[in-house]
Design a protein around this ligand. Structure first.
Ligand SMILES: Cc1ncc(C[n+]2csc(CCOP(=O)(O)OP(=O)(O)O)c2C)c(N)n1
Ligand SMILES: [Mg+2]
Length: 1012
């Protein structure tokens, strides 16, 4: 039976050009195989076959214009009746999704109904002055306790939810409560106990504490300028130790490894443990913060500086939380796409309570809950202090964070009080202790730990007779010993255990600690703790005694490290624990296989002229992607990342072709389901459509770009954004990407100050290349023509993903439509494109006066047009150079200059700029759609006179032509400036310049655009 394949619904487009035929008569094709590619003036899309069979005839050819309903081709299919046709893919996936959701719901129900283990519940009756009927209250509370005891927490939760719903329906305006009382989330009877040897673990922890402090103090004794932090790790030691001894599994040949984001300035503690584990030696500890000589330990976690140790740069606060969230999401993406196994790996992120004030820290927590990232655990170390003072002196950071995370849908575990408090809380029959706990603000909590037990008795327990009574039998010393949850390994263990088992939501553990724990008068809980990096002998002796470190006074005075013998119980224990957990952590390794770059001819279609057809480089890029998706090595590894601009860039064709990643699939039939580019979400979708969220998209890009080390699979992330909202918006993340040795493409689309015409000041980018140039391993290009883009992109694939160079690419693409010429035949052209410049055209008609014109991006075309005017109207010859990257030229020039200066007696090298321009005639004039500084970068590497034009100043919306005129980079200005340059160089009379300025109505007294 013969089926006719017609042009499907392609939205608003009509008479769209066929640019490729992907099949020929006689070909056997399968359902959904692409058969032709069509291209509108904005995007190109493949049309898939709706049936399987053999191509009988093709009714169209390349260049034809088609609209919806036009016949494309006929396919001979097997003789099944239409009713036997397979269910359309969409419908099938909707059914599957629905089924899986039903299954999930069932599963959830069974979990909910499962009663929790029976445990003794203490009813805490908080005295409440508003209680008009305490007996009735008691009744309700007792009923609730009975439900918890009989049917478990979930049932109790369900009943409460139903009660609230009912109350709303009855008209009661119940305020939403974000908080639970200021006590631990896990009651003592529900705590899972550690099987570790607490005595040994305490001794090990004390040694780690000591060595961490010693390395900071020793470094500062030698070089007081070096800095460092003691107080942060002192507060977090238990939080790390419990994880290291019991929870965090390393990567090895059997398991992919948990990923731990260490809080940046707790690095000394991580080194100190590595020292005990035998991974670092004393000499290395003594090189803390002395990173220039090889072997030094980096101040903070920097994979660039310690590539075999650190995995995640976290010290720029706020980036760690976001990166960890998107890392966990990316892990699920890889699993759902079938690229890695689901091994139950976790992402742990350690954060400071002060750090949580960074908008980025909380900015993505909604996504974590929405995506049900139960592979993610945040641990917020609430030592109540940041650098200058209390995080929330007048409030309670733990409660505030609880509210934010609960509101966002996280599983929240508060670890506030240590085990010594358990009996006090159990005896708090009147609820006054919890009342005091709730009422005391962080400023008071901090002050108490800077004082002593007597002070705590008076200021805390002394608030009510009931609480005073509670501690009447305790000495001041006992009161002082009442520990905080984050310093109690039992409480921390129980929290980690529960967090690790939690399903369906991310977990945050909010742990209360003391900044500078154990540092005594100089450093414990005082406002200056953060910057304490020197401890005098008395402080050190106190610290030793506080943690029973087996060092003599003399050794303490010398601030010696302490490492027990290899055969000691401690060392054996610490090693054995790590062995059980699969190896060392942190450790950065890579076992991924390179991706073979596609054959060179895959982009050949971009090396021939587009003829009459005009297109933008953004569109050329999308065409290139479409081709890449046909390369079997590359295709599955591509990770297109878009922050809600796919349609702007003409990429909507990808929605159907490769799908948008959605962990729940698509639960709805999209409004545009009949259309070819319908919005298709899929559990195994490939596109990461991040919504309006550049920072999130960049975090996804970093996760994918470091996939080769964190997941041992090389991926090719391509993040395409509005160029202005790239480096400028998320520069710090881009820097962290460089530090992480990210490999992938950043595409700054709609680039160029005058090329993006109508959008205005905040949209028009004239400087992203300069920001990109600040990142040492970022390779950036500003191509004009499609063949340049093809050469650059393929080389990027080869260098990064086949040769595994630790670089990343930034390429700008534009939205200006023009026709693209064929690639010049010159054999050096490709080399020039990659090094940054090549001669694209030469005007030699007159042989009198010459000028060298260097143009970049869209402004190259203004240069070419200007050169024609110069020749035709002024008899000026010129050579035109397409500069694909001023940044790359500068890097090479700098290196050559440096070599020459440092090797005055050796044969002097010649920079590539000089190789190109050194022997040419006439002065140089360069222009781009970026600030003059962009082209000025190569000024030092040539001996010729050099002039720059550029788009310095704020952008504004107008037509391209008017903008180029305003910024003086249009053809007319280039002609006038060119003549002026030649006059200044005394190569022509100045009257020509003057005439041109007049002719083009250029106002010489107009202020510089930077002042307008
Ligand atoms: C973006 C950013 N701003 C400022 C700093 C400097 N800084 C380093 S640590 C710190 C205080 C950290 O306080 P907190 O997050 O509470 O961590 P703690 O040391 O108390 O555990 C500051 C301001 C930084 N590292 N990153
Ligand atoms: Mg803090």
């Amino acid at each position: 039976m013969s089926e006719k394949l017609l042009v499907p619904d392609i939205g608003e487009f009509e008479r769209v050009e066929i640019i490729e035929l992907l099949v020929k008569p006689g070909d056997q094709i399968n359902l959904n195989d692409p058969v032709v590619t069509i291209e509108s003036d904005k995007s190109s899309v493949e049309i898939p076959s709706t049936v399987s069979g053999k191509i009988e005839s093709i009714n169209v050819k390349v260049g034809d214009k088609v609209s919806m309903g036009d016949l494309l081709l006929s396919i001979e299919t097997s003789k099944e009746s239409p009713s036997e046709k397979p269910i359309p893919k969409d419908t099938e996936s909707i059914i599957k999704q629905a089924e899986s959701v039903l299954k999930n719901e069932k599963k959830e129900e069974t979990i909910q109904q499962k009663p929790v283990e029976e445990k003794k519940q203490t009813i805490i009756q908080v005295t409440n002055n508003n209680d008009i009927d305490p007996l009735e209250t008691q009744d309700w509370l007792e009923s609730l306790s009975a439900v918890v005891a009989k049917d478990g927490n979930q049932r109790a939760h369900f009943l409460i939810k139903e009660l609230i719903n009912k109350a709303y329906r009855e008209g009661a305006n119940i305020p939403y409560t974000q908080h639970t009382p200021y006590i631990n989330t896990i009651p003592p009877e529900a705590e899972v106990k550690s099987n570790g040897d607490q005595n040994i673990e305490r001794r090990i922890r004390s040694l780690i504490r000591w060595n961490a402090a010693a390395m900071v103090v020793r470094a500062n004794k030698k070089f007081p300028e070096l800095g460092g932090h003691i107080g942060t790790f002192a507060s977090a030691a238990t939080l790390y130790d419990v994880g290291m001894n019991h929870f965090w599994r390393a990567k090895n040949n059997k398991f992919g490894g948990d990923l731990v984001y260490f809080q940046g300035h707790s690095a000394p503690g991580v080194y100190a443990r590595a020292f005990l584990e035998g991974r670092l030696n004393e000499k290395q500890l003594d090189s803390f913060r002395q990173e220039v000589k090889p072997g030094g330990l980096s101040s903070y976690p920097h994979p660039w500086l310690m590539p075999k140790f650190w995995q995640f740069p976290t010290v720029s606060m706020g980036l760690g939380p976001m990166l960890a969230i998107y890392q966990a999401r990316y892990m699920k993406y890889l699993i759902n796409r079938g690229l890695i196994k689901d091994e139950g790996r976790k992402v742990w992120a350690f954060l400071g309570d002060g750090e949580m004030d960074e908008p980025e820290s909380l900015g993505a927590i909604g996504l974590a809950a929405r995506e049900k990232l139960d592979n993610l655990i945040f641990v917020v170390n609430c030592n109540l202090q940041r650098l200058d003072g209390p995080v929330r002196g007048n409030g309670k950071i733990i409660q505030e964070l609880e509210g934010s995370f609960r509101g966002a849908g996280w599983n929240v575990i508060k670890v506030i009080w240590g085990s010594y408090w358990d009996s006090l809380i159990a005896n708090d029959k009147t609820g006054h202790l919890v009342k005091v706990m709730n009422e005391t603000v962080d400023g008071e909590y901090q002050a108490m730990k800077a004082r002593d037990g007597a002070y705590v008795r008076e200021r805390f327990f002394g608030k009510y007779p009931e609480t005073q009574e509670l501690v009447s039998s305790l000495s001041d010393k006992d009161i002082w010993r009442l520990n905080r949850g984050g310093h109690d390994p039992h409480k921390v263990y129980a929290a980690y255990d529960q967090a690790s088992k939690n399903q369906g939501s991310p977990t945050v553990i909010i742990a209360k600690t003391i900044k500078g724990y154990g540092m005594g008068k100089t450093g414990e809980s005082v406002n200056t703790t953060h910057q304490t990096k020197k401890l005098d002998v008395d402080d050190l002796l106190y610290y030793r005694d506080r943690f029973d470190v087996p060092l003599t006074d003399e050794q303490v005075k010398n601030v010696e490290y302490f490492k027990p013998d290899e055969k000691s119980l401690e060392i054996k224990y610490i090693k054995e624990k790590r062995m059980r957990l699969g190896g060392h952590l942190p450790e950065r390794t890579t076992y991924s296989k390179p991706i073979k770059a596609p054959a060179k001819d895959i982009f050949d279609f971009m090396k021939v002229s587009t003829g009459e057809k005009e297109m933008s480089t953004t569109m050329a890029l999308v065409r290139m992607f479409t081709n890449l998706l046909r390369d079997k090595n590359v295709s599955p590894r591509l990770v297109p990342i878009i922050p809600d601009e796919a349609r702007t860039f003409g990429m909507e064709g990808f929605f159907q072709k490769i799908g948008i990643y959605a962990h729940e699939g698509q639960k709805y039939e999209p409004e545009d389901s009949a259309q070819l580019s319908s919005y298709r979400e899929d559990k195994s979708g490939q596109v990461l459509e991040e919504g309006i969220n550049e920072a999130g998209a960049m975090s996804s890009w970093i996760a994918a770009a470091t996939s080769y080390t964190n997941h041992d699979i090389e991926m090719i992330p391509i993040y395409i954004f509005y160029s202005m909202f790239g480096f400028q918006r998320i520069g710090d993340l881009a820097w962290a990407g460089g530090d992480s040795q990210a490999r992938g493409f950043l595409i700054g689309a709609t680039a160029g100050r005058t090329t993006l015409a109508g959008e205005g000041l905040q949209h028009q980018d004239g400087h992203s290349h300069l920001i990109a140039s600040t990142i040492p391993n970022c390779v950036s290009y500003d191509p004009t023509f499609h063949y340049e883009l093809a050469v650059i992109f393929r080389e990027g694939l080869r260098r990064m993903h086949e040769k595994n160079e630790n670089i990343f690419y930034y390429i700008t693409t534009m939205n200006e439509n023009y026709s693209h010429p064929s690639m010049p035949k010159d054999k050096n052209c490709e080399e020039g494109i990659l090094k940054g410049m090549y001669k694209i055209k030469e005007f030699n008609r007159y042989g009198k006066t010459k000028i060298q014109l260097l143009g970049s991006g869209t402004i190259l075309r203004e240069m070419m047009a200007a050169a024609e005017v110069l020749q035709d109207e002024y008899q000026i010859d010129s050579e035109i150079w397409s500069v694909t990257s001023f940044n790359e030229l500068r890097k090479e020039g700098m290196e050559v200059e440096r070599y020459n200066l440092l090797n005055p007696d050796k044969e002097q090298k010649v920079s590539f700029v000089e190789q190109c321009l050194g022997k040419t005639e006439g002065p140089i004039m360069a222009a781009s759609d970026y600030m003059r500084m962009n082209s000025d970068q190569i000024r030092p590497y040539t001996n010729k006179s050099f002039y720059s034009l550029g788009t310095d100043g704020y952008g504004r919306s107008d037509t391209r032509q008017n903008l180029r005129k305003f910024f003086e980079v249009d053809k007319e200005h280039i002609v006038a400036y060119g003549l002026s340059v030649l006059a200044k160089e005394q190569l022509i009379a100045s009257k020509y310049a003057k005439e041109a300025i007049k002719k083009y109505n250029i106002d010489g007294s107009k202020p510089m655009p930077t002042k307008l």
